[in-house]
Design a protein around this ligand. Structure first.
Ligand code: UDP
Length: 471
């Protein structure tokens, strides 16, 4: 009998995707049987498609948690992280009985926002691991946050200097994530609550590896601050990315169109599961793409002036007509030059295709890893969560991205600037340098994931412990 482990992602595709990849790797490469606990409350169309049993390997079983009624606890105004945390808390109420029904488990692997599981697993004597799905740099920041919270009185964004995370590159206050920009809001309290509970884990898995983030990696391993605070062992096991298959007619069309384009010639524009632009910004982006005269594929979403993550909980569900919100005549004028896919596109397949030359990305961590794993340079367009920190790292430390400049006083990136960066990344000398760097990392990514590579071995060490317990 194989060891049996349960995996529990928090709501939102950006969390479900990497936890599902971990589940698949455990089943396919490490001889573990996995029950994947699926939070069904407010599950999006795209989430339901992703977890369709036909696409999953034998040995990986999806178990739907009963939907919770959160209608009286959230409203239209509730911010994304608060909504996500309330959803998780309510959905996890039956967790104890679900786990008991599964029989003997060697471990539960949870996402950061499911820490209610620690007490339950303690009662049931199940070791609980956290899969921290963003970067190592962001883990270093998050482990430092409780200290920052204790030592600093003002808002962090009012600090006179960048935040010096021990041993790491200082974080500019402009890059701080939305959730810590105002310490009075619920989102801040939820974030702090969950990171405060990180030390309760038996271990922390990370979706990254040393070659990508050498400085933060060293800091977490060796800096006296991280030696002193209670911190479980960290296991870098990345980059784990999803592998798409063409499932819809639109996916097939997209690939057929890519097949006809020259290599490295197409820009893919995708803003993650939640990303949306304001109406003014979307107009500038469309004009900028058209003026660049480069080939493109755009995943298009209805603009929102209220939120930069308007589709986070409804991804794949906002069936829309791009004609109604793109500049008049855009689709006709760019016919043959570009493809516009409404709502959701086969991102990983597009990035893997040899015709794709660059990625205009919101710098979500999964998108970042997908781009690097396929050796694709980026135009960094951060929108929400910790994406500004990711973007700065990609531009200034990793050297695989360019960040367009926002027009002073206007709050938007102008069409001329978009034209400039798109040409630069696809055709310019700087673009070539970024592509070379991305390709070096691609090779290193393959190496670390293969048998004998550091990420493979990190995960293998833990699964061997589970197997030993199971005997
Ligand atoms: N994604 C996709 N098609 C889309 C938009 C997103 O397949 O049109 C996938 C993308 O490949 C990535 C995930 O959704 O795996 C987005 O995760 P990320 O961490 O980049 O951003 P988030 O959605 O959490 O903001």
């Amino acid at each position: 009998m194989k060891p049996h482990v349960a995996v529990l992602p928090s709501p939102g595709l950006g969390h479900v995707i990497p936890l599902l990849e971990l589940a698949k790797v455990l089943v396919v490469h490490h001889g573990v049987q996995v029950s994947f606990l699926n939070i069904t409350t407010e599950a999006s169309v795209a989430q339901n498609q992703l977890l369709h049993p036909h696409t999953l390997p034998p040995g990986l079983r999806v178990i739907d948690l009963p939907p919770a009624d959160i209608s009286t606890l959230v409203s239209e105004e509730t911010l994304v992280l608060t909504r996500l945390c309330i959803n998780a808390e309510e959905s996890l109420k039956p967790l104890k009985s679900v786990l008991m029904e599964l029989g003997k488990l060697q471990a539960l692997v949870i996402d950061l926002f499911c820490t209610q599981a620690f007490e339950i697993c303690n009662e049931l004597s199940i070791p609980t691991y956290t899969f921290f799905t963003p970067s190592i740099s962001f883990l270093a920041f998050s482990l430092y946050l409780p200290t920052l919270d204790r030592d600093v009185d003002c808002e962090f964004i009012d600090l006179p200097a960048p935040v010096q995370v021990p041993g790491c590159t200082p974080v500019r206050t402009d890059d701080l994530l939305d959730q810590v920009r105002n310490r009075k809001i619920d989102e801040y309290r939820w974030y702090l609550l969950h990171v405060n509970r990180l030390p309760m884990a038996a271990g922390i898995f990370l979706n990254s590896w040393e070659d990508l983030e050498p400085v933060s990696f060293k800091a977490i391993r060796e800096h006296p601050f991280y030696q002193k605070i209670p911190r479980p062992p960290v296991h870098p096991i990345g980059p784990l990315i999803k592998r798409d298959a063409a499932t819809t007619e639109s996916d097939v069309e997209c690939l057929a169109w890519l097949d006809e384009q020259p290599s490295n010639s197409v820009l893919f524009v995708g803003l993650g599961s939640g990303g949306t632009l304001t109406a003014a910004q979307l107009t500038e982006l469309a004009w900028g793409l058209e003026m660049s005269r480069q080939k493109f594929i755009v995943v298009a979403r209805k603009p929102s002036d209220a939120s930069a993550s308007a589709t986070f909980f409804n991804v794949g569900g906002d069936v829309n007509d791009p004609k109604s919100y793109l500049p008049e005549g855009f689709l006709e004028r760019t016919k043959g030059v570009g493809l516009v896919v409404p709502s959701w596109g086969p991102q990983e397949l597009v990035l893997r295709h040899p015709s794709t030359g660059a990625f205009l990305s919101h710098c979500g961590w999964n998108s970042t890893l997908e781009s690097i794993t396929h050796g694709i340079p980026m135009v960094a367009w951060p929108l929400y969560a910790e994406q500004r920190m990711n973007a700065t790292m990609l531009v200034e430390e990793v050297g695989v991205a360019v960040k367009p400049v926002v027009e002073p006083g206007k709050g938007v990136v102008a069409r001329e600037e978009i034209e400039r960066v798109v040409r630069m990344v696809l055709e310019g000398e700087e673009g070539k340098v970024m592509r070379r760097r991305a390709r070096e990392l691609k090779v290193k990514a393959e190496k670390t994931l293969n048998f004998g590579g550091s990420s493979y071995e990190s995960l293998s060490r833990v699964t061997k412990e589970w197997k030993a317990q199971h005997l």
